[in-house]
Design a binder for this molecule. Sequence first.
Ligand code: PEP
Length: 255
Amino acid sequence: MRKRIVAGNWKMNLTLAEGKNLVEAIVAQLPALTDTREVVIAPPFTHITQTAAQLEEYAHISVGAQNCSSEAGGAFTGEVSATMLQSAGVGSVILGHSERREYFNETSELLVKKIAQAFNQNLRVIFCCGEPLSVRDANEQNNFVGKQIEEALFHLSAEEMNQIVIAYEPIWAIGTGRTATSAQAQEMHAYIRSMLQNKYGNDIAQKTSILYGGSCNAQNAAELFSCADIDGGLIGGAALKSEAFLAIISAMMSA
Ligand code: PEP
């Protein structure tokens, strides 16, 4: 049975004190997670040690990072390496988020290097992909997302692919309040799984968790998570409020 995962991406939000309070409120009401029902919290780099310490005594909830350097270490001012993340207690790293692709010019070539750094430190990668509105309007979303996946992931071995979680995040749905319908999301997730099946075979295709991201919230999570190929969510705005995030976790628990 593949893992269902809810991952919260705090982006560049919350002070240390606000982050501490949010994690406290989440763990206070956390349901009993299991091997196949997992939660990840990805705060800014500055909050990682604090969050890791707060989560230490809880099982199946871990701290993630929102990015890592494509370099192993050295004179790269402002960068944070996968080694540093690993040493701070990070288990997963989000790579390829559309905001990083758009505002920081991250290309597939760069993502290949970042994924290699993450894997060198045994970090699981939450790989984001998704099309802009113009591509969706032209009904070219499968080709667009397919190319992102092929370029950044298809050089990986099957063993490495096992350490990848894919997050499908249509750009037009991120932070806009305009969620993909569950039918649109399911269709893309099934397409991504069929790509994995063709490249890596049924075992990897069935084991890979594919999360949906894009205005997922307490109201729509249950319907999205009930779809056959949607294995949870990557959550932005709704991860900043404990009640909303807990409701999304609860939707994952009963999916
Ligand atoms: C995200 O940025 O990964 C995201 C899904 O954001 P939101 O939930 O706010 O749309």
